[in-house]
Design a protein around this ligand. Structure first.
Ligand code: FAE
Length: 550
């Protein structure tokens, strides 16, 4: 059924071509089927207390990690009648701190903000020449800035995984790019069934384009659009899982502010439909899903009596291990994210716990071509003191220059005259995770210099805009005199690639009953922000697994 109100919002005032290709039909077909209660009203209800898993337990299905892949698997298995236990190493994020809020503001990081660090590690390390990182107490906070050799990989930690910290940009790749992303997957099936299913369940929606034109907090995006279009680049609106009606009320001052108060990187106290409010709320509603937060899986190995023995560490909020539990599971789903799943599998293969895994384990890892930059605008082009932290548009130069650039906010609370962008590019480099026996850890062989192709692709957009506008790059955001944010990624992908480390549905080769169902399956790039593709692929794979394996 078409959602007429959404469709008419899309058509009114803005040409349909202004929206990202490939999403219009999906949005037309979608309904917010999982939960339509405003997000701010739901957090408490979604957070029913769980009894953590007990040592010695036997469960039919154990899922490692509660991000997109894990949440899809939990919901669909539970609805098929299977009891599921979700093991998540991060916190539940259902209890307010002493300030009455669950999550810290982006501009005021505190103990809740970082995963087991004593100093913040913000993606933008400097501002106007000053370093902005500061000391914080070590705590099992929400954002992990994991330093992996030549790259810092940002990841969400907690029940809901990356959905807790991300910008909620819910982008379906253009159909013509799909075969390069997942060559062995039937694109027709994805675009007619699984992308629409994922978008509906995630609660994806579009900004009201008329409101966009008028509201102060998107001035930065309108400036971004103007500069793109004046240089001949298409600007497209991008769907998001943020509750756009809630944001209108934030601007009107009738509800507590979240996006408009700059909340994003360390969690949104309202407005955002994270997995806690969508897939996980629906999964809990089945009564068949139990979640153990602050539990970290360390080992999976075949158990003598069939199934798998899983060793789990229970953590306290300083990261200390308070208990070690051994359980058995008939089936185990690896949904610990691209890095988490890859690191586990590489170690388990190398140390002999899962000896039959094949040599593809750990290969095919990429950064989704992420690279950041800022531009300094003229004084007559202010980008706004108050910037909504949820991006709503981007520059689609994928065909001409191999880059899709999200027009991102800089929610500092002051006028910066800066335009800021996260580009997603066609970076060809792929890294490999390997076991470092001497150090007892998994290494990744990514090299910082491998970002150069991404920088070159981003330059096809921003050099042209700078020359047209008579502007320059900001050099104060990632250090001193450093233009490019080439040291990080928000979008780790690969490490247990579909059709290589697994069969075409995520079944790991060599060990029946073990599955991968997260971003590790995707070989390094999705051409756009990845979570809709991770969700849609998980929907496709779990449907097959339920039909044939259970
Ligand atoms: P993920 O969501 O990372 O979930 C894995 C979970 O497993 C985490 O909760 C871990 O704590 C947990 N875990 C790991 N190891 C273990 C273990 N051993 N035992 C137990 N639990 C474990 O995986 N994507 C978009 O599409 N749009 C955006 O706007 C966007 N913005 C982003 C902004 C930021 C700052 C960041 C960091 C990411 C952003 N992303 C965005 C990326 C997106 O969040 C990411 O691709 C997905 O979250 C990956 O989903 P997975 O299911 O693979």
């Amino acid at each position: 059924m078409r959602d007429k109100s959404l469709h008419s919002k899309v058509s009114k005032g803005v040409s349909r071509r202004g929206f990202l290709t490939g999403t219009g039909s999906i949005l037309g077909a979608m309904a917010l089927s999982v939960n339509t209660t405003p997000a701010h009203a739901r957090t408490a209800r979604a957070a029913a207390a769980d009894t953590p898993i007990a040592s010695g337990a036997h469960v039919p299905v154990l899922i490692i990690g509660s991000g997109y892949g894990g949440s899809v698997a939990a919901l669909r298995l539970a609805r098929a009648g299977v009891d599921v236990h979700l093991v998540e190493m991060g916190m539940a994020w259902d209890t307010p701190g002493s300030d009455g809020k669950i999550f810290a503001n982006t501009t005021k990081p505190d103990y809740r903000s970082y995963w087991l660090r004593t100093r913040t590690k913000a993606p933008l390390s400097n501002f106007l020449g000053f370093p902005i990182d500061k000391d914080v107490p070590r705590y099992t906070g929400i954002l992990d800035a994991e330093e992996m050799g030549g790259i810092i990989v940002y990841q969400g930690r907690g029940v809901g995984g990356g959905s807790l910290v991300n910008g909620g940009m819910a982008v379906t790749p253009r159909r013509q790019n799909f075969s390069a992303i997942l060559p062995t997957v039937d694109a027709d099936e994805m675009y007619t069934t699984y992308y629409p299913r994922a978008n509906a369940a995630l609660g994806v929606g579009l900004i009201d384009p008329n409101w966009f034109e008028t509201v102060d907090c998107y001035q930065y995006a309108r400036v971004g659009r103007k500069h793109a279009q004046r240089s001949g680049f298409p600007f497209v609106f991008v769907p998001d899982v943020y509750d756009w009606d809630y944001m209108k009320q934030e601007v009107a001052g009738t509800v507590p502010k979240s996006a408009v108060a700059g909340e994003i990187l360390y969690g949104n106290n309202a407005g955002k439909k994270s997995l806690q409010q969508t897939y996980l709320a629906a999964a809990r509603a089945t009564g068949k899903v139990t979640i153990s937060p602050l539990h970290r899986v360390t080992t999976v190995s075949p158990s003598g009596g069939g199934g798998y023995t899983v060793v789990i560490e229970q953590l306290d909020t300083t990261g200390g291990v308070v208990a070690r539990k051994t359980v058995t599971a008939d089936r185990v789903f690896f949904a610990a994210g691209s890095v988490g799943t890859s690191k586990l599998l590489v170690r388990l293969k190398a140390t002999g716990a899962l000896p039959n895994l094949n040599d593809e384990i750990g290969r095919g890892w990429g950064d989704n071509g992420n690279v950041m930059c800022g531009r300094a605008n003229h004084m007559w082009d202010p980008t706004g003191k108050v910037q909504a932290s949820i991006p709503c548009g981007g520059i689609d130069n994928w065909d001409a220059g191999g880059a899709f650039a999200e027009v991102a906010p800089l929610p500092t609370g002051i006028e910066t005259y800066a335009s800021f962008y996260l580009s997603i590019t066609k970076n060809p480099h792929r890294a490999r995770f390997t076991w470092n026996a001497a150090a007892g850890r998994v290494d990744l062989d990514w090299q910082t210099a491998w970002k150069q192709p991404s920088i070159d692709m981003a330059k096809t957009i921003f050099d042209k805009i700078n020359s047209k506008e008579g502007t320059i790059y900001r050099t104060d955001l990632f250090g001193t005199n450093k233009i490019w944010g080439d040291h990080l990624t928000y979008h780790p992908l690969g490490g247990a690639v579909l059709g290589k480390a697994t069969d075409d549905y995520g079944r790991l080769h060599g060990h029946p009953g073990l599955y991968v169902i997260d971003g590790a399956l995707i070989p390094g790039n999705t051409s756009v922000n990845p979570f809709v593709t991770i969700t849609a692929l998980a929907e496709r794979n779990i449907e097959k697994i339920i039909a044939t394996d259970l």
